[in-house]
Design a binder for this molecule. Structure first.
Ligand SMILES: *Cc1c(COP(=O)(O)O)cnc(C)c1O
Length: 431
């Protein structure tokens, strides 16, 4: 499989090159040259297949022969080491819980898959290491730290804004050791992101083989297709059309869902649900795409004013608003509405959601008015404990601490404070 740059000004590359480079030299995102649907009997028999088999069938054309079958199957097995249950919340509404992994965020899947692909590509080159450089507002960093821990040939450097991530999130980033190092930036998330972008353009760091680990990287983005197949497998026997709602920030998850549909998965409609960072809902309403500075909300993993994967979604819909409107909607919800709904869902159903999932739920409920004969599935992208500062005051009780979280709570934080880009460059050059 070859990948082309969506800026159309760079050579086509292999899967391996696209994973290692992250972004194309012309700063475009990589996109697969072709998408071949899976045979219809695959979907007819899907409930008989293991998650690993399903994932292998979904991703194999995108990897091609660059990772041998046996190794790819091993990578998938290590990636999918936890469950992806669909939980009935109310009549015809299901939560697809993506948070049962090691850091309790859906990003575990992409991070684990990508780290193992990089390790495979590095296996024969002991002396040339890759350095994964990533800025996080909270969840990405933990998933990347855990996913890459102990992976040979890869060093990880995580930048996070000092005092702006939760205690649990900070511990997930700073307590692992080994090949994972955390830099605590005196600033906000955007400052971390700016430093990372500068580092990628810095000629003096060329020898460090810097790569990114956010969803612009195809090896983090594509495995997110798997969830939609797993939900379909579990809910197929209901024999109703399916509407999926993804709480969206950089729109990697929902873009992977659209890919799953192009592989033949019968999905009736997509809803990209956002907080007040509503660049995409505005685009669908007006036809013009106007990125904005991000606004802080209680669903902070979605505080994105210029979603990086939206360009891939535009490619999938051929930049045509009419095509979008056939199976894609996008709605925005403010914190007040989200808080009220979180409480109401618990009160009427007993289900404990967290702010991102609730935004997904709200968008789903709105869209379901157009699909009275369908079932709706919203993605629950993180465990409520990760947003306990928001969830507990609404529910008026303390959430039990899951074992994955407990295990980091007593570990010692190790991080280094930095202030400027020069501090980051010095750190990278000398380590
Ligand atoms: C990253 C994240 C999202 C947004 O996912 P995208 O693929 O960037 O749209 C939603 N919820 C949580 C909890 C996240 O960590």
């Amino acid at each position: 499989m070859k990948y082309y740059s969506l800026n159309h000004n760079a050579p086509k590359v292999s899967f391996q090159e696209a994973v290692i480079q992250g972004l194309a030299p012309d700063k475009g995102l990589y996109f697969p040259e072709s998408i071949a649907p899976l045979p219809s009997d695959f979907f007819e028999n899907i409930e008989q297949y293991s998650n690993e088999k399903i994932a292998y069938e979904a991703i194999k054309q995108f990897v091609g022969n660059e990772i041998p079958e046996e190794n790819l199957k091993q990578i998938i097995a290590e990636t999918l080491c936890f469950d992806f249950p669909t939980v009935k919340v109310e009549e015809n509404i299901y939560s697809l819980e993506l948070y049962h992994g090691p850091t309790m965020a859906f990003k575990d899947v992409g991070a684990r898959f990508m780290s193992r692909c990089l390790a495979y590509f590095n296996k024969d080159t002991q002396d040339s290491k890759n350095t994964v450089l990533v800025a996080t507002s909270g969840d990405t960093g933990g998933a990347v730290a855990s996913g890459f821990l102990g992976v040979a040939g890869v060093d990880v450097v995580i930048l996070y804004p000092s005092g702006k991530v939760s205690d649990i999130q900070e511990r997930q980033l700073t307590t692992l050791g080994q090949n994972i190092r955390a830099l605590e930036v005196d600033g906000v998330f955007d400052d971390c992101q700016d430093m990372v972008k500068k580092a990628f353009l810095d000629e003096s760091l060329k020898g460090k083989n810097l790569t990114s680990a956010n969803s612009i990287n195809i090896a983090r983005w594509l495995p997110q297709m798997f969830y939609f197949f797993f939900a379909y497998k579990q809910l197929k026997s209901i024999k109703k059309p399916m509407v999926f709602s993804c709480p969206s920030g950089n729109f990697g998850n929902i873009c992977a869902g659209i890919m799953a549909k192009r592989l033949g998965l019968p999905i009736e409609h997509f809803v990209a649900s956002t907080n007040v960072n509503d660049t995409v809902p505005q685009f669908l309403a007006t036809g013009t795409y106007t990125p904005k500075p991000s606004k802080a909300t209680i669903s902070n993993a979605m505080d994105v004013g210029n979603p990086s994967n939206f360009i891939r979604i535009q490619e999938l819909y051929h930049h045509d608003l009419n095509e979008f409107n056939k199976d894609f909607s996008s709605y925005s919800y403010d914190d007040e509405t989200t808080t009220a709904a979180l409480g109401a869902i618990y009160k009427t159903t007993g289900y404990i959601a967290e702010p991102h999932g609730v935004v997904g739920y709200l968008g789903l409920k709105k869209e379901m008015l157009n699909y009275p004969n369908a079932i709706g599935i919203f993605l629950e992208t993180a465990h409520p404990i990760k947003f306990l500062d928001v969830v507990e005051p609404i529910l008026h009780f303390k959430l039990p601490i899951p074992k994955q979280i407990e295990s980091v709570l007593n570990k010692k934080k190790v991080s280094m404070k930095i202030q400027t880009y020069d501090d980051l460059r010095f750190f990278l050059q000398t380590s």
